[in-house]
Design a protein around this ligand. Structure first.
Ligand code: GDD
Ligand code: MN
Length: 366
C-alpha cells in the first residue's frame, strides 16, 4: 500500500529564511511525536537560496516539501497556496523564522481532533502568551492598535487577530479560499471575516520569540494593507481595500498642496495662480510616487514606465479635477449646502481618480 496523506500539513511561508528552515524541521520532528505530519515551505524565490536549502532537506526527509513560486510576493498568498496543496485534514500556518513557539502545536492539533473548534489560534494575548520579546515598542503599539480595530469587526472570540500562527480544518479553509486576498500579512483576519457560517475559534497562548537569523518583512505597507482590509470588511465589501490607501495618500497630498502654496506665495513671492499651479503639480507628483510605492506596490512602475505613468496620472487627475468642480457647481446651483456640494465634488473626484488610475496607470493591479 502506498502511504496515505499525513494528518497535519504545516505551511511555512518563507522569504530569505535559508538559515532557519533546517532548524524548524528539526524542532517539529522533536515536538510532533506520534503525529503524522509534513512541512510545506512556500518560498517566493528568495535570493538567499531558501528553496535550494529546503530541497536539500527534502532529499533526506520526505516529510519536507517545497513550493517555489516565481515572480510573486505575498505572505497571505503563499499561505493560501500551501494549504491548497495539502490533502491533510488539518493545516497549520506558521512562520519559518522560529518566532512561533512550536511546543504548543500538539495542543492546537488536539483541540481540532476533539472537534472543540474549527480553528485554533496561537495567541500572544491570552494567558501564557506574550510578544514583548519579539517586537519593538512601536511594532507592539501598532500591533495592539490593529488588533483592537479588527476586533470590532470580527468578534469571533479571537484576541490576537494579527497572529500568523494558527491551525485550521482544511475542509473549512477550502470552502472560503476563493474569497481571500493574496497580498499582505492579514490572512487570519481575512479567514475569520470570510467564513460563513463563522468558524468556531479557540486560542492557545505562546511567547512570541525574538528573531535570531534574518530580518522581518513587516513594513508600513503591510500595516496599511491591514487597515485597508478592515475598512473593506466593515463596509460589507463596498469600499475596495486599495481605495482606503489611495484616499489616505490623497489626504496627505492636500496637506502638501497647502504647504507648497504658502511657500510659493510667501517665500518665492509668486502670484496666486502661479503658486496654485506649482502646488497642484507638486501634490500630484507626490501622490503619484507614494501611490506607486505603497498603494500599488504589487505593480510598481519603474524607469520609463514610471515616467509614462506619471504623465497618465497628471491626465487622470486633471480630468478628475474637472469632474470634481462640475459636480460641485451643479449641486451648488441646485441649492444644496456649499459644504455638501464641495464634499460631493471631492468624493466624485477621488472615485474617478482611483478608478482611472487602477484601470490605466497601474494596469497590473489585481
Ligand atoms: N512566501 C513568502 N512571501 N513569505 C514571506 C513573505 C512573502 O512575501 N513575507 C514574509 N514571509 C515569511 C517570512 O519569511 C516569515 O517566515 C514569515 O513570513 C513572517 O514574516 P516576518 O517578516 O518574520 O514577519 P514578522 O515576524 O515581522 O510578523 C509576525 O507578526 C505579525 C503580526 O504582528 C508574523 O507572525 C506575521 O504573520 C504577523 O502578522
Ligand atoms: Mn518574524
Amino acid at each position: 500500500m502506498p502511504n496515505a496523506s499525513p494528518h497535519v500539513s504545516i505551511v511555512a511561508p518563507t522569504f530569505n529564511e535559508a538559515r532557519n528552515v533546517a532548524e524548524l524541521a528539526r524542532r517539529l520532528d522533536a515536538v510532533l511525536t506520534g503525529v503524522d505530519w509534513e512541512i510545506i515551505f512556500v518560498d517566493d524565490d528568495s535570493p538567499d537560496g531558501t528553496a535550494r536549502a529546503v530541497k536539500e532537506l527534502a532529499a533526506r526527509d520526505s516529510r519536507v516539501r517545497c513550493i517555489r513560486r516565481v515572480k510573486r510576493r505575498g505572505l497571505s498568498g503563499a499561505c493560501i497556496e500551501g494549504i491548497l496543496s495539502s490533502s491533510a485534514p488539518i493545516c497549520v500556518v506558521m512562520d519559518a523564522d522560529l518566532q512561533h513557539d512550536e511546543t504548543i502545536l500538539p495542543e492546537m492539533i488536539a483541540r481540532l481532533d476533539r472537534d472543540e473548534a474549527d480553528i485554533v489560534v496561537g495567541s500572544r494575548l491570552v494567558e501564557g502568551g506574550s510578544s514583548s520579546d519579539g517586537l519593538t515598542a512601536p511594532r507592539l503599539f501598532a500591533s495592539n492598535f490593529a488588533i483592537r480595530v479588527a476586533g470590532l469587526l470580527v468578534g469571533a472570540g479571537v484576541s490576537d487577530l494579527t497572529s500568523g500562527f494558527f491551525a485550521v480544518k482544511r475542509e473549512k479553509f477550502e470552502s472560503m479560499a476563493p474569497k481571500l486576498t493574496t497580498s499582505g500579512f492579514k490572512i487570519l483576519l481575512d479567514v475569520l471575516a470570510s467564513a460563513a457560517p463563522p468558524l468556531r475559534a479557540s486560542e492557545v497562548g505562546y511567547r512570541f520569540r525574538s528573531r535570531l537569523e534574518g530580518a522581518s518583512k513587516f513594513d508600513l505597507r503591510a500595516m496599511s494593507d491591514f487597515v485597508g482590509l478592515v475598512v473593506h470588511k466593515a463596509t460589507g465589501g463596498v469600499v475596495p481595500p486599495r481605495f482606503v490607501m489611495f484616499v489616505a495618500v490623497g489626504g496627505l497630498g492636500v496637506v502638501l498642496h497647502l504647504a507648497a502654496l504658502r511657500l510659493a506665495m510667501d517665500s518665492a513671492g509668486a502670484g496666486f495662480t502661479e503658486a496654485q499651479s506649482f502646488a497642484t503639480i507638486a501634490a500630484m507628483t507626490f501622490n503619484f510616487f507614494v501611490n506607486n510605492s505603497l498603494t500599488y506596490s504589487d505593480s510598481k512602475l519603474k524607469g520609463w514606465r514610471a515616467a509614462l505613468g506619471l504623465a497618465q496620472f497628471y491626465a487622470v487627475c486633471g480630468v478628475g479635477a474637472v469632474a470634481n468642480v462640475g459636480i460641485a457647481s451643479w449641486m451648488f446651483n441646485m441649492n444644496e449646502a456649499w459644504w455638501l456640494a464641495a464634499l460631493a465634488g471631492v468624493v466624485m473626484g477621488s472615485v474617478w481618480n482611483y478608478t482611472m488610475s487602477s484601470l490605466f496607470v497601474w494596469r497590473g493591479a489585481e
